[in-house]
Design a protein around this ligand. Sequence first.
Ligand code: AMP
Ligand code: ZN
Length: 486
Amino acid sequence: MDLKLYDTLTREKRVFRALDPSNVRMYVCGPTVYDFAHIGNARPVIVFDVLFRLLQRVYGAEHVTYVRNVTDVDDKINARAAEEYPDLPLNEAIREVTKKTDKQFHDDVAALGCLSPTHEPRATEHVGEMRELIERLVKSGNAYVAEDNVLFSVASMPDYGRLSHRSLDEMIAGARVEVAPYKHDPRDFVLWKPSKPGEPAWPSPAGIKTPGRPGWHIECSAMAWKFLGETFDIHGGGIDLVFPHHENEIAQSRCAFRTPVMTNYWMHNGFLQVEGEKMAKSAGNFVTIRELRTGWRDFSWPGDVLRFAMLSTHYRQPFDFTHFSLEQAAVALNVFSTFAYPTAGAKPSNEFLEAMHDDLNTPRAIAELHRLLKASKEGAFELTDRMSRPGAMLIDSDFSAAEQLAAGLDYLGINISNYDRDWTRKQSFSGVSPQLKSKIDDLITARAEARTRKEWKESDRIRDELAKMGVVLKDTKDGTTWEIAR
Ligand code: AMP
Ligand code: ZN
Protein backbone atom coordinates (compact mmCIF):
# COMPACT_ATOMS: atom_id res chain seq x y z
CA MET A 1 0.00 0.00 0.00
CA ASP A 2 1.51 3.35 -1.09
CA LEU A 3 1.93 6.05 1.53
CA LYS A 4 0.94 9.47 0.19
CA LEU A 5 1.98 12.67 1.94
CA TYR A 6 1.11 16.29 1.20
CA ASP A 7 4.18 18.40 0.55
CA THR A 8 3.86 22.14 1.32
CA LEU A 9 6.67 23.00 -1.11
CA THR A 10 5.17 21.43 -4.23
CA ARG A 11 1.61 21.80 -2.91
CA GLU A 12 0.67 18.28 -3.87
CA LYS A 13 0.06 14.90 -2.35
CA ARG A 14 2.78 12.55 -3.55
CA VAL A 15 3.68 8.92 -3.05
CA PHE A 16 6.35 8.78 -0.35
CA ARG A 17 9.65 7.26 -1.46
CA ALA A 18 12.31 7.03 1.22
CA LEU A 19 15.82 8.18 0.22
CA ASP A 20 17.13 5.14 2.07
CA PRO A 21 14.52 2.61 3.26
CA SER A 22 17.00 1.29 5.83
CA ASN A 23 17.07 4.73 7.47
CA VAL A 24 14.01 6.92 6.96
CA ARG A 25 14.77 10.37 8.39
CA MET A 26 12.38 12.94 9.84
CA TYR A 27 13.03 16.27 11.58
CA VAL A 28 10.36 18.24 13.48
CA CYS A 29 10.85 21.65 15.10
CA GLY A 30 10.49 21.26 18.82
CA PRO A 31 9.60 23.54 21.69
CA THR A 32 11.32 26.59 23.09
CA VAL A 33 11.66 25.63 26.74
CA TYR A 34 10.70 28.47 29.06
CA ASP A 35 7.18 27.64 30.29
CA PHE A 36 4.52 24.92 30.31
CA ALA A 37 3.72 23.78 26.76
CA HIS A 38 0.23 24.74 25.59
CA ILE A 39 -2.29 22.55 23.84
CA GLY A 40 -1.32 24.14 20.49
CA ASN A 41 2.24 22.88 20.99
CA ALA A 42 0.74 19.44 21.57
CA ARG A 43 -0.60 19.32 18.03
CA PRO A 44 2.66 18.88 16.08
CA VAL A 45 3.91 16.53 18.79
CA ILE A 46 0.86 14.27 18.39
CA VAL A 47 0.60 14.52 14.60
CA PHE A 48 4.24 13.65 13.97
CA ASP A 49 4.12 10.93 16.62
CA VAL A 50 1.36 9.31 14.56
CA LEU A 51 3.53 9.60 11.44
CA PHE A 52 6.58 8.26 13.32
CA ARG A 53 4.58 5.20 14.41
CA LEU A 54 3.29 4.67 10.87
CA LEU A 55 6.79 4.87 9.37
CA GLN A 56 8.07 2.46 12.01
CA ARG A 57 5.38 -0.02 11.02
CA VAL A 58 6.10 0.32 7.31
CA TYR A 59 9.92 0.34 7.43
CA GLY A 60 10.63 -1.39 10.76
CA ALA A 61 11.15 0.40 14.08
CA GLU A 62 14.95 0.36 13.81
CA HIS A 63 14.86 1.89 10.30
CA VAL A 64 13.34 5.25 11.22
CA THR A 65 15.23 8.19 12.75
CA TYR A 66 13.08 10.94 14.22
CA VAL A 67 14.74 14.12 15.49
CA ARG A 68 12.91 16.80 17.49
CA ASN A 69 15.10 19.63 18.75
CA VAL A 70 14.90 21.60 21.96
CA THR A 71 15.45 25.36 21.64
CA ASP A 72 17.26 26.34 24.82
CA VAL A 73 18.77 29.64 23.68
CA ASP A 74 16.21 32.39 23.21
CA ASP A 75 15.30 35.88 24.49
CA LYS A 76 12.13 34.56 26.13
CA ILE A 77 14.19 32.03 28.11
CA ASN A 78 16.59 34.77 29.25
CA ALA A 79 13.71 36.99 30.36
CA ARG A 80 12.01 34.16 32.24
CA ALA A 81 15.26 33.15 33.96
CA ALA A 82 15.98 36.70 35.17
CA GLU A 83 12.42 37.03 36.46
CA GLU A 84 12.22 33.67 38.19
CA TYR A 85 15.73 33.47 39.68
CA PRO A 86 16.80 37.09 40.21
CA ASP A 87 19.54 36.06 42.67
CA LEU A 88 21.32 33.56 40.41
CA PRO A 89 23.86 34.50 37.73
CA LEU A 90 21.92 34.58 34.42
CA ASN A 91 23.57 31.47 32.96
CA GLU A 92 22.71 29.38 36.02
CA ALA A 93 19.18 30.76 36.10
CA ILE A 94 18.78 29.79 32.43
CA ARG A 95 19.94 26.25 33.20
CA GLU A 96 17.34 25.99 35.97
CA VAL A 97 14.52 27.23 33.74
CA THR A 98 15.37 25.00 30.80
CA LYS A 99 15.90 21.91 32.99
CA LYS A 100 12.56 22.37 34.72
CA THR A 101 10.63 23.17 31.54
CA ASP A 102 12.18 20.32 29.62
CA LYS A 103 11.03 17.86 32.29
CA GLN A 104 7.50 19.32 32.33
CA PHE A 105 7.34 19.01 28.55
CA HIS A 106 8.42 15.37 28.60
CA ASP A 107 5.93 14.42 31.31
CA ASP A 108 3.14 16.17 29.42
CA VAL A 109 3.78 14.67 26.00
CA ALA A 110 4.29 11.19 27.47
CA ALA A 111 0.81 11.55 29.01
CA LEU A 112 -0.47 12.28 25.49
CA GLY A 113 0.82 8.87 24.41
CA CYS A 114 3.78 10.18 22.40
CA LEU A 115 6.91 8.08 21.94
CA SER A 116 10.28 9.70 22.52
CA PRO A 117 11.94 10.73 19.26
CA THR A 118 15.20 8.95 18.42
CA HIS A 119 17.18 12.11 19.21
CA GLU A 120 16.22 15.29 21.05
CA PRO A 121 19.25 17.52 20.59
CA ARG A 122 19.57 20.78 22.50
CA ALA A 123 20.65 23.86 20.59
CA THR A 124 23.28 24.86 23.16
CA GLU A 125 25.06 21.53 22.63
CA HIS A 126 25.42 22.08 18.88
CA VAL A 127 26.80 25.57 18.60
CA GLY A 128 29.97 24.12 17.01
CA GLU A 129 27.97 22.74 14.05
CA MET A 130 26.15 26.07 13.72
CA ARG A 131 29.46 27.92 13.58
CA GLU A 132 30.70 25.57 10.90
CA LEU A 133 27.64 26.13 8.73
CA ILE A 134 28.01 29.89 9.14
CA GLU A 135 31.70 29.72 8.10
CA ARG A 136 30.72 27.81 4.97
CA LEU A 137 28.00 30.32 4.11
CA VAL A 138 30.38 33.26 4.48
CA LYS A 139 32.98 31.50 2.30
CA SER A 140 30.47 30.70 -0.42
CA GLY A 141 29.26 34.32 -0.52
CA ASN A 142 25.82 33.49 0.88
CA ALA A 143 26.44 35.36 4.13
CA TYR A 144 28.29 38.49 5.25
CA VAL A 145 29.59 40.02 8.47
CA ALA A 146 28.21 43.40 9.58
CA GLU A 147 28.82 45.01 12.96
CA ASP A 148 29.64 41.67 14.60
CA ASN A 149 26.50 40.06 13.18
CA VAL A 150 26.50 37.45 10.45
CA LEU A 151 23.60 37.84 8.04
CA PHE A 152 22.33 35.56 5.33
CA SER A 153 22.21 37.34 2.01
CA VAL A 154 18.82 36.53 0.54
CA ALA A 155 19.74 38.02 -2.83
CA SER A 156 22.43 35.32 -3.17
CA MET A 157 19.78 32.61 -3.47
CA PRO A 158 17.63 33.03 -6.58
CA ASP A 159 14.79 30.71 -5.53
CA TYR A 160 14.44 31.98 -1.96
CA GLY A 161 10.70 32.16 -1.14
CA ARG A 162 9.65 28.99 -2.97
CA LEU A 163 8.33 27.22 0.13
CA SER A 164 6.09 30.03 1.29
CA HIS A 165 5.28 31.13 -2.28
CA ARG A 166 5.96 34.74 -1.39
CA SER A 167 6.96 37.37 -3.90
CA LEU A 168 9.88 39.71 -3.42
CA ASP A 169 7.52 42.62 -2.66
CA GLU A 170 5.60 40.64 -0.06
CA MET A 171 8.80 39.66 1.67
CA ILE A 172 10.08 43.22 1.79
CA ALA A 173 6.74 44.44 3.12
CA GLY A 174 6.82 41.59 5.66
CA ALA A 175 10.25 42.57 6.99
CA ARG A 176 9.88 44.57 10.17
CA VAL A 177 9.45 48.33 9.82
CA GLU A 178 12.77 49.23 11.39
CA VAL A 179 15.32 47.35 9.35
CA ALA A 180 18.78 47.28 10.95
CA PRO A 181 20.90 49.82 9.02
CA TYR A 182 23.72 47.32 8.42
CA LYS A 183 21.50 44.93 6.43
CA HIS A 184 22.25 44.89 2.70
CA ASP A 185 18.67 43.89 1.94
CA PRO A 186 15.65 44.16 4.27
CA ARG A 187 15.00 40.41 3.79
CA ASP A 188 18.43 39.36 5.10
CA PHE A 189 18.22 37.45 8.34
CA VAL A 190 20.53 36.87 11.30
CA LEU A 191 22.71 33.76 11.51
CA TRP A 192 24.79 35.00 14.42
CA LYS A 193 24.62 38.07 16.66
CA PRO A 194 26.62 39.59 19.52
CA SER A 195 25.49 38.61 23.03
CA LYS A 196 24.56 41.33 25.47
CA PRO A 197 26.62 41.43 28.68
CA GLY A 198 25.67 38.55 31.00
CA GLU A 199 23.82 36.64 28.26
CA PRO A 200 24.96 33.17 27.13
CA ALA A 201 27.85 33.65 24.70
CA TRP A 202 30.06 31.47 22.53
CA PRO A 203 33.20 32.17 20.46
CA SER A 204 32.02 33.77 17.23
CA PRO A 205 32.60 32.49 13.66
CA ALA A 206 33.91 34.36 10.63
CA GLY A 207 36.70 36.22 12.43
CA ILE A 208 34.37 38.16 14.74
CA LYS A 209 36.26 38.97 17.96
CA THR A 210 33.38 39.50 20.39
CA PRO A 211 31.51 36.43 21.67
CA GLY A 212 27.99 35.96 20.39
CA ARG A 213 25.10 33.58 20.00
CA PRO A 214 23.31 31.86 17.12
CA GLY A 215 20.08 33.00 15.49
CA TRP A 216 17.08 30.69 15.76
CA HIS A 217 16.93 29.40 12.16
CA ILE A 218 20.52 28.13 12.02
CA GLU A 219 19.84 25.79 14.96
CA CYS A 220 17.58 23.52 12.98
CA SER A 221 19.81 23.44 9.89
CA ALA A 222 22.75 22.44 12.09
CA MET A 223 20.98 19.76 14.14
CA ALA A 224 19.19 18.26 11.13
CA TRP A 225 22.58 18.03 9.38
CA LYS A 226 24.29 16.44 12.37
CA PHE A 227 21.65 13.72 12.91
CA LEU A 228 20.10 13.26 9.46
CA GLY A 229 22.68 14.39 6.90
CA GLU A 230 22.61 17.05 4.20
CA THR A 231 19.31 15.91 2.69
CA PHE A 232 16.61 13.89 4.42
CA ASP A 233 13.05 12.66 3.95
CA ILE A 234 10.54 14.69 5.97
CA HIS A 235 10.63 18.00 7.79
CA GLY A 236 7.65 18.98 9.90
CA GLY A 237 6.26 21.67 12.16
CA GLY A 238 3.29 23.96 12.64
CA ILE A 239 2.00 26.00 9.68
CA ASP A 240 3.20 29.22 11.39
CA LEU A 241 6.79 28.09 10.83
CA VAL A 242 6.62 28.06 7.00
CA PHE A 243 7.73 31.68 6.87
CA PRO A 244 10.27 32.75 7.84
CA HIS A 245 11.65 29.82 9.87
CA HIS A 246 11.46 26.99 7.33
CA GLU A 247 12.14 29.23 4.36
CA ASN A 248 15.36 30.27 6.12
CA GLU A 249 16.31 26.72 7.09
CA ILE A 250 16.10 25.78 3.40
CA ALA A 251 18.24 28.76 2.40
CA GLN A 252 20.94 27.93 4.97
CA SER A 253 21.11 24.19 4.34
CA ARG A 254 20.90 24.24 0.56
CA CYS A 255 23.47 26.99 0.19
CA ALA A 256 25.86 25.41 2.70
CA PHE A 257 25.71 21.97 1.08
CA ARG A 258 24.98 22.99 -2.55
CA THR A 259 21.99 20.66 -2.64
CA PRO A 260 18.81 21.10 -4.71
CA VAL A 261 16.57 20.31 -1.71
CA MET A 262 16.88 20.19 2.07
CA THR A 263 14.16 17.59 2.54
CA ASN A 264 11.81 15.76 0.17
CA TYR A 265 8.54 16.45 2.01
CA TRP A 266 7.61 19.53 4.00
CA MET A 267 4.69 18.78 6.29
CA HIS A 268 2.78 21.34 8.35
CA ASN A 269 -0.01 20.93 10.84
CA GLY A 270 -2.87 23.44 10.95
CA PHE A 271 -3.40 25.61 13.99
CA LEU A 272 -5.38 24.84 17.09
CA GLN A 273 -8.08 27.32 18.09
CA VAL A 274 -10.04 27.47 21.30
CA GLU A 275 -13.80 27.66 20.83
CA GLY A 276 -13.38 29.22 17.41
CA GLU A 277 -10.92 31.90 18.53
CA LYS A 278 -7.17 32.22 18.26
CA MET A 279 -5.63 30.97 21.51
CA ALA A 280 -3.76 33.77 23.30
CA LYS A 281 -2.88 34.73 26.85
CA SER A 282 -4.43 38.16 26.18
CA ALA A 283 -7.71 36.55 25.06
CA GLY A 284 -7.95 34.62 28.35
CA ASN A 285 -8.40 31.32 26.50
CA PHE A 286 -4.88 29.99 26.90
CA VAL A 287 -4.72 26.33 28.02
CA THR A 288 -1.59 24.39 28.90
CA ILE A 289 -1.33 20.61 28.59
CA ARG A 290 -0.68 20.48 32.33
CA GLU A 291 -3.88 22.39 33.15
CA LEU A 292 -5.89 20.08 30.97
CA ARG A 293 -4.46 17.06 32.75
CA THR A 294 -4.91 18.44 36.25
CA GLY A 295 -8.08 20.50 35.98
CA TRP A 296 -9.47 22.68 33.24
CA ARG A 297 -12.92 24.09 34.02
CA ASP A 298 -13.28 21.55 36.84
CA PHE A 299 -12.40 18.55 34.68
CA SER A 300 -9.10 16.65 34.57
CA TRP A 301 -8.71 14.92 31.24
CA PRO A 302 -6.69 11.77 30.51
CA GLY A 303 -4.07 12.49 27.81
CA ASP A 304 -5.65 9.99 25.41
CA VAL A 305 -8.78 12.13 25.28
CA LEU A 306 -6.93 15.16 23.89
CA ARG A 307 -4.99 12.90 21.53
CA PHE A 308 -8.15 11.29 20.16
CA ALA A 309 -10.02 14.61 19.97
CA MET A 310 -7.17 16.12 17.93
CA LEU A 311 -6.93 13.15 15.59
CA SER A 312 -10.65 13.45 14.84
CA THR A 313 -9.72 16.46 12.67
CA HIS A 314 -7.33 16.11 9.72
CA TYR A 315 -3.89 17.41 10.64
CA ARG A 316 -3.84 20.09 7.93
CA GLN A 317 -7.19 21.56 8.99
CA PRO A 318 -7.58 23.99 11.88
CA PHE A 319 -8.55 22.09 15.02
CA ASP A 320 -11.24 23.67 17.16
CA PHE A 321 -10.62 22.75 20.77
CA THR A 322 -13.83 22.84 22.83
CA HIS A 323 -15.11 21.20 25.96
CA PHE A 324 -17.55 19.35 23.73
CA SER A 325 -14.75 17.98 21.50
CA LEU A 326 -13.19 16.44 24.62
CA GLU A 327 -16.53 15.01 25.80
CA GLN A 328 -17.11 13.43 22.40
CA ALA A 329 -13.64 11.89 22.44
CA ALA A 330 -14.06 10.60 26.01
CA VAL A 331 -17.41 9.01 25.24
CA ALA A 332 -16.05 7.37 22.06
CA LEU A 333 -13.01 5.97 23.88
CA ASN A 334 -15.27 4.66 26.60
CA VAL A 335 -17.42 2.63 24.19
CA PHE A 336 -14.38 1.54 22.20
CA SER A 337 -12.77 0.23 25.37
CA THR A 338 -15.90 -1.86 26.09
CA PHE A 339 -15.91 -3.59 22.72
CA ALA A 340 -12.32 -3.52 21.44
CA TYR A 341 -10.57 -6.87 21.81
CA PRO A 342 -6.78 -6.47 21.81
CA THR A 343 -4.96 -9.58 20.55
CA ALA A 344 -1.32 -9.99 19.66
CA GLY A 345 -0.70 -9.81 15.93
CA ALA A 346 -4.13 -8.44 14.96
CA LYS A 347 -4.01 -5.93 12.09
CA PRO A 348 -6.17 -2.87 11.49
CA SER A 349 -8.74 -3.21 8.70
CA ASN A 350 -7.80 -2.36 5.13
CA GLU A 351 -10.06 0.67 5.01
CA PHE A 352 -8.37 1.98 8.16
CA LEU A 353 -4.90 1.48 6.70
CA GLU A 354 -5.87 3.06 3.39
CA ALA A 355 -7.14 6.13 5.22
CA MET A 356 -3.94 6.43 7.27
CA HIS A 357 -1.77 5.99 4.15
CA ASP A 358 -3.72 8.75 2.43
CA ASP A 359 -1.84 11.68 3.99
CA LEU A 360 -2.77 10.57 7.53
CA ASN A 361 -6.51 10.87 6.99
CA THR A 362 -7.33 10.21 10.65
CA PRO A 363 -10.98 11.43 10.50
CA ARG A 364 -11.65 8.79 7.80
CA ALA A 365 -9.73 6.19 9.83
CA ILE A 366 -11.79 7.04 12.91
CA ALA A 367 -15.05 6.77 10.92
CA GLU A 368 -13.89 3.23 10.09
CA LEU A 369 -13.33 2.57 13.81
CA HIS A 370 -16.95 3.54 14.45
CA ARG A 371 -18.06 1.10 11.74
CA LEU A 372 -15.97 -1.62 13.40
CA LEU A 373 -17.51 -0.69 16.73
CA LYS A 374 -20.98 -1.23 15.31
CA ALA A 375 -19.96 -4.60 13.87
CA SER A 376 -18.33 -5.59 17.20
CA LYS A 377 -21.52 -4.72 19.07
CA GLU A 378 -23.64 -6.78 16.69
CA GLY A 379 -21.16 -9.63 16.99
CA ALA A 380 -21.31 -9.45 20.78
CA PHE A 381 -25.12 -9.55 20.85
CA GLU A 382 -25.20 -12.42 18.40
CA LEU A 383 -22.66 -14.28 20.49
CA THR A 384 -24.61 -13.85 23.76
CA ASP A 385 -27.70 -15.02 21.97
CA ARG A 386 -25.97 -18.11 20.57
CA MET A 387 -24.21 -18.91 23.86
CA SER A 388 -27.52 -19.00 25.67
CA ARG A 389 -28.50 -22.08 23.64
CA PRO A 390 -27.71 -25.60 24.89
CA GLY A 391 -24.44 -27.07 23.64
CA ALA A 392 -23.16 -23.72 22.36
CA MET A 393 -19.45 -23.32 21.68
CA LEU A 394 -17.22 -20.24 21.60
CA ILE A 395 -14.96 -21.85 19.09
CA ASP A 396 -16.29 -20.52 15.79
CA SER A 397 -17.05 -17.01 16.97
CA ASP A 398 -15.92 -14.10 14.85
CA PHE A 399 -14.09 -11.46 16.87
CA SER A 400 -12.39 -9.91 13.85
CA ALA A 401 -14.18 -6.53 14.01
CA ALA A 402 -13.40 -6.15 17.72
CA GLU A 403 -9.76 -7.14 17.05
CA GLN A 404 -9.44 -4.71 14.15
CA LEU A 405 -10.93 -2.00 16.32
CA ALA A 406 -8.29 -2.56 19.00
CA ALA A 407 -5.53 -2.75 16.38
CA GLY A 408 -6.70 0.54 14.81
CA LEU A 409 -6.64 2.33 18.16
CA ASP A 410 -3.19 0.94 18.84
CA TYR A 411 -2.07 2.24 15.42
CA LEU A 412 -3.16 5.74 16.50
CA GLY A 413 -1.08 5.37 19.67
CA ILE A 414 -4.07 4.87 21.95
CA ASN A 415 -3.62 2.22 24.58
CA ILE A 416 -7.23 1.15 24.92
CA SER A 417 -6.61 -1.60 27.51
CA ASN A 418 -5.43 1.10 29.89
CA TYR A 419 -8.32 3.46 29.26
CA ASP A 420 -9.97 4.40 32.53
CA ARG A 421 -13.64 3.59 32.00
CA ASP A 422 -14.57 4.40 35.57
CA TRP A 423 -13.28 7.87 34.99
CA THR A 424 -15.66 8.49 32.07
CA ARG A 425 -18.59 7.04 33.96
CA LYS A 426 -17.98 9.38 36.89
CA GLN A 427 -18.09 12.52 34.73
CA SER A 428 -21.37 14.34 34.37
CA PHE A 429 -21.05 15.19 30.70
CA SER A 430 -23.85 17.36 29.35
CA GLY A 431 -23.52 15.83 25.90
CA VAL A 432 -24.37 19.27 24.56
CA SER A 433 -22.05 21.75 22.91
CA PRO A 434 -21.84 25.24 24.48
CA GLN A 435 -23.42 26.71 21.32
CA LEU A 436 -26.39 24.35 21.57
CA LYS A 437 -26.67 24.93 25.30
CA SER A 438 -26.96 28.68 24.90
CA LYS A 439 -29.57 28.21 22.14
CA ILE A 440 -31.61 25.96 24.46
CA ASP A 441 -31.34 28.48 27.28
CA ASP A 442 -32.52 31.28 24.98
CA LEU A 443 -35.53 29.25 23.84
CA ILE A 444 -36.47 28.42 27.43
CA THR A 445 -36.33 32.10 28.36
CA ALA A 446 -38.45 33.01 25.33
CA ARG A 447 -41.00 30.35 26.34
CA ALA A 448 -41.15 31.62 29.92
CA GLU A 449 -41.78 35.15 28.60
CA ALA A 450 -44.54 33.92 26.27
CA ARG A 451 -46.16 32.16 29.23
CA THR A 452 -46.12 35.32 31.38
CA ARG A 453 -47.82 37.09 28.49
CA LYS A 454 -50.28 34.15 28.38
CA GLU A 455 -49.38 33.48 24.73
CA TRP A 456 -49.98 29.76 25.00
CA LYS A 457 -49.72 29.03 21.28
CA GLU A 458 -46.26 30.57 21.14
CA SER A 459 -45.09 28.79 24.29
CA ASP A 460 -46.29 25.44 22.88
CA ARG A 461 -44.56 26.16 19.61
CA ILE A 462 -41.27 26.72 21.45
CA ARG A 463 -41.76 23.54 23.47
CA ASP A 464 -42.23 21.63 20.18
CA GLU A 465 -39.15 23.23 18.69
CA LEU A 466 -37.13 22.11 21.71
CA ALA A 467 -38.64 18.63 21.50
CA LYS A 468 -37.43 18.39 17.89
CA MET A 469 -33.93 19.13 19.19
CA GLY A 470 -34.30 16.20 21.60
CA VAL A 471 -34.76 18.48 24.62
CA VAL A 472 -37.28 17.41 27.25
CA LEU A 473 -38.59 20.18 29.52
CA LYS A 474 -39.63 19.72 33.11
CA ASP A 475 -41.65 22.52 34.66
CA THR A 476 -41.31 22.66 38.42
CA LYS A 477 -42.37 25.26 40.94
CA ASP A 478 -38.74 26.51 40.93
CA GLY A 479 -38.65 27.02 37.16
CA THR A 480 -37.96 24.97 34.05
CA THR A 481 -35.17 22.39 33.83
CA TRP A 482 -34.28 20.33 30.79
CA GLU A 483 -32.50 17.19 29.75
CA ILE A 484 -31.60 15.47 26.52
CA ALA A 485 -33.99 12.62 25.69
CA ARG A 486 -32.07 9.33 25.80
P1 AMP B 1 6.98 27.29 19.75
O1 AMP B 1 7.45 26.75 21.08
O2 AMP B 1 6.04 28.45 19.83
O3 AMP B 1 8.12 27.54 18.80
O4 AMP B 1 6.09 26.15 19.06
C1 AMP B 1 6.45 24.80 19.00
C2 AMP B 1 5.60 24.10 17.97
O5 AMP B 1 4.21 24.26 18.27
C3 AMP B 1 5.77 24.64 16.57
O6 AMP B 1 5.78 23.55 15.65
C4 AMP B 1 4.55 25.51 16.36
O7 AMP B 1 4.19 25.61 15.00
C5 AMP B 1 3.51 24.73 17.12
N1 AMP B 1 2.35 25.56 17.57
C6 AMP B 1 2.39 26.67 18.33
N2 AMP B 1 1.14 27.15 18.53
C7 AMP B 1 0.28 26.31 17.89
C8 AMP B 1 -1.16 26.26 17.74
N3 AMP B 1 -1.98 27.15 18.30
N4 AMP B 1 -1.67 25.24 17.00
C9 AMP B 1 -0.87 24.32 16.44
N5 AMP B 1 0.48 24.31 16.55
C10 AMP B 1 1.05 25.29 17.26
ZN1 ZN C 1 13.14 24.52 13.20
